[in-house]
Ligand binder design. Structure first.
Ligand SMILES: [Zn+2]
Length: 284
């Protein structure tokens, strides 16, 4: 198995919204805001190459939304999904599976393309697309609070294509022996049944941290995004996950932290915190 970090393009989000009830005087130390109070975010996907499979975990924001839409998210930097795949000698047509942790636009926007006539189509035309029944239903019938994150143009074309594969959610929070090449941790605090890959790789366990722990600044348990639909569930899920991760020396692959790609954890008096920061390339 080989893993590749795929930067799809950076953006920014309101720092207050990203840290919920935590005062700015605390979060600005790890995530310094710009003059409009926005903090830097990456949209870092993970590519898993294993025998005849090439699995992409999340797709970033894509580029089909309007200029007005993107102006709210201040795109920055020079990354693109296509360039990052090409860097490792791959193209979008090589992808066999697109695994979507959840269907918020910054995770699945790149799954769908729009041509000059406005026609929507799958960006990875040879791939299966993976989600789960509960999350799919929640995304298709969104609550008022999450509505702005679930865009129908990211969701309905996947269903129409016939390429959608929906998993059942397991009884335990970790789904072992999934049809993919990794176990899956299911969490509910951010959104209904977010799925986080738990990958065994070269004697290590790497967890794709997704929106459970978006940046290193979110390691303290109560540092929870206002975007989370059930913050008290997030609180419990983070506490038990970080405890498990620290005890078992898991590495976390960070989707949204522009400065930290892969991190290790340590136990401190204050709780589980950053131990060291790596990239896949420097660690393995
Ligand atoms: Zn999200």
């Amino acid at each position: 198995m080989n893993l590749y970090s795929i930067e799809t393009g950076n953006f920014k989000l309101d720092g207050g919204a990203m840290f919920g009830v935590v005062p700015k005087s605390l979060w600005e130390k790890t995530n310094p805001p710009d003059e409009l109070n926005r903090i830097k975010m990456s949209a870092r996907s993970l590519l898993i190459e294993d025998e005849n499979k090439l699995i992409l975990i999340d797709t970033g924001l894509g580029n089909k939304q309007s200029e007005k839409f993107f102006s709210h998210f201040s795109l920055w930097g020079d990354f693109s999904l296509e360039k990052s795949l090409a860097h490792y000698g791959f193209s979008k047509d090589d992808i066999t599976d697109v695994f979507l942790t959840h269907l918020h636009f910054d995770h699945c926007g790149g799954a769908i393309e729009k041509d000059s006539n406005g026609k929507l189509s799958l960006a990875f035309k040879n791939a299966k697309y993976w989600s789960n029944h509960d999350h799919w239903n929640c995304a298709k019938n969104p609550n008022e609070r999450e509505k702005a994150s679930f865009l129908s143009e990211n969701i309905l074309p996947i269903e129409k294509s016939g390429k959608l594969q929906l998993l059942d959610s397991p009884k335990d929070s970790i789904f072992k022996n999934s049809p993919l090449k990794f176990d899956i941790l299911f969490v509910d605090g951010h959104t209904e049944k977010q799925m986080l890959p738990v990958i065994k790789y070269k004697n290590e366990t790497i967890v794709f941290a997704g929106d459970l722990i978006p940046t290193v600044g979110h390691l303290p348990i109560p540092y929870i995004m206002s975007y989370d639909t059930k913050p008290l569930i997030s609180l419990e899920e983070k506490a038990s996950f970080l405890d498990l991760a620290e005890k078992n020396n898991y590495l976390l692959f960070m989707e949204h932290d522009p400065n930290n790609e892969l991190i290790s954890l340590k136990k401190t008096e204050k709780g589980v915190r950053l131990d060291d920061s790596f990239t896949l390339k420097t660690y393995f």
